[in-house]
Design a protein around this ligand. Structure first.
Ligand SMILES: [Zn+2]
Length: 479
């Protein structure tokens, strides 16, 4: 039995006339859509439950084509009127992100099967819970289907595109096609070939937050999605498989409202972080170094991230081309010291200033940067400057310089950590703060080796360079 009536949720703001118009549009125009050329391409993963079902889709296309013929003479140009209507909706409420949460399958298309459970039903139950959470967080939400009905993948895409939605998330369940019933967990898919949309960050956040909220087994975050809904949507998009119906234990959980709530919480939190990220200031001390700074600069360039380098004067003299490259590539530069010798630096205000100005002049001569920011070796308060720090800070502040400490650290100079330890240190030290100043060292090989993974590890943060208008993070001075 085909459900012909389509109902569209536009958060709680849908107007009756618009709804009627949409129903009409859906009724007659479903096969005239521009992405008919979408091709399902099977990704060769044995565990993959195909989110798209070509046979059922072909059957439904044929059915709808027949219905279409019957009404075509009297039909207004409803596709364009729906798009025009969508533009008005978008205009009216453009400041509030519009999220399409799409429950996969529906109607004749059951999706995969668990023990007495249809994937299409679990998808819808979760999608409705995500909708509630997102609306509580202030988003506008649209579900392409809110009942058990068939909807072609092209219709789903057309809907998201015509409403100029700001993000699209498709919800699915998985099945393992081999005999192993123990396979479980969450995997998330996005189109990594389209750099015009931030699919990766959206997918990473939803993946990460849903694993966090459920405690489910973490499976892959795949950048190779080749589905119509991830490929033809014009906004950031991803597809999450929230569990395996082929695993009896996970199937039971996925049918449980409490567990569904955990999934919904994770998906909603991921979306919220996508639109409201924190800020991370990556800061590198003790450079430039000949090799590792260059490696780090290469990665920052590739990832289009700007950072801050607190330089050591004697190394700026030694590797002037590296120091120049830092400035040329748009990173901000601060002074660390001329020579990293705590005993001499912190002996007195005078000894500190002498070293500082030597570094300042060197950096200016070589990079042309008149540094306004600085970072104390060892931080503003350390074991070497208890007697002098207050006076040094007072004098440096009077001269107009601004110092920055940090509130998170790679601990990359402590006990020679390997890259996984460095990444773990970074993750553990952010403490979910909205503003993070991360300490790193561009003289450390393992830091250079993992800086790309480090950046990828924090999709919940926007990476920015420090500047003098930012309220600095600082250690507390001793009483
Ligand atoms: Zn240092």
């Amino acid at each position: 039995m085909i459900t012909k009536e389509k109902k569209f949720s536009k958060g709680n703001r849908g107007k009756k006339s618009q709804r009627d118009q949409r129903n009409w549009f859906q009724h007659i125009s479903v096969i005239l859509l521009s992405c008919a050329a979408c091709i399902f391409s099977c990704v060769a993963m044995v565990s993959m439950a195909a989110p798209e079902n070509p046979e059922i889709e072909a059957m439904m296309r044929e059915k709808k084509a027949k219905e279409q013929e019957a009404v075509s003479d009297s039909a207004p140009d409803s596709a364009s009127s729906a798009v025009a209507e969508a533009a008005v909706v978008k205009e009216e409420e453009s400041s509030v992100p519009l999220i399409v949460i799409d429950p996969g399958h529906g109607g004749e298309d059951d999706g995969c099967l668990g023990d007495g459970v249809f994937e299409k039903d679990i998808n819808l139950q979760i999608a409705l819970l995500v909708k509630t959470r997102l609306e509580e967080k202030g988003f506008r939400v649209m579900l392409p289907r809110e009942t058990d009905e068939y909807l072609a993948k092209e219709e789903r895409v057309e809907l998201a595109n015509s409403y100029q939605a700001d993000a699209y998330i498709s919800i699915h369940q998985n099945t393992y096609e081999g005999s192993d019933k123990s396979v479980s967990g969450i995997e998330t898919w996005y189109d990594g070939t389209d750099n015009t949309r931030d699919n990766q960050r959206l997918a990473s956040l939803i993946h990460k937050e849903t694993i966090k909220s459920t405690g489910a087994n973490e499976r892959e975050l795949w950048p190779i999605a080749d589905f119509c809904v991830t490929g033809k949507t014009l906004m950031p998009a991803c597809l999450i498989e929230t569990g395996f119906l082929s695993n009896p234990e996970e199937c039971r959980k996925l049918s449980d409202k409490e567990y569904q709530n955990k999934i919904a919480e994770g998906i909603a939190q991921g979306i919220d972080l996508y639109f409201h990220p924190g800020t991370m200031y990556l800061t590198f001390d003790d450079g430039p170094s000949e090799e590792y700074t260059e490696q780090i600069l290469d990665v920052l360039k590739e990832k289009d991230v700007k950072a801050t380098f607190f330089l050591i004067g004697e190394y700026v003299e030694k590797y002037p081309q590296v120091a120049k490259r830092i400035a040329d590539e748009g990173h901000t530069i601060g002074i660390h010291c001329y020579r990293h010798d705590y005993g001499v630096l912190y002996e007195s205000v005078e000894s500190y200033l002498e070293d500082f100005w030597k570094a300042y002049d060197t950096v200016f001569a070589i990079t042309g940067v008149k540094a306004e920011m600085f970072r104390f070796p060892g931080g503003s308060v350390n074991a070497y400057n208890k007697d002098t720090c207050a006076d040094i800070i007072k004098e440096m502040t009077a001269q107009g310089f601004i110092y920055f400490d940090w509130n998170a650290s790679l601990e990359d100079t402590v006990k020679n950590p390997d890259t996984s330890k460095i990444l773990a240190n970074a993750a553990a030290s952010t403490l979910n703060r909205k503003k993070v100043v991360m300490l790193a060292h561009d003289r450390v090989e393992n830091t250079a080796l993992c800086i790309g993974d480090l950046i990828d590890q924090f999709p919940e943060y926007e990476m920015k360079p420090l500047n003098t208008r930012i309220e600095p993070v600082r250690f507390r001075l001793p009483e």
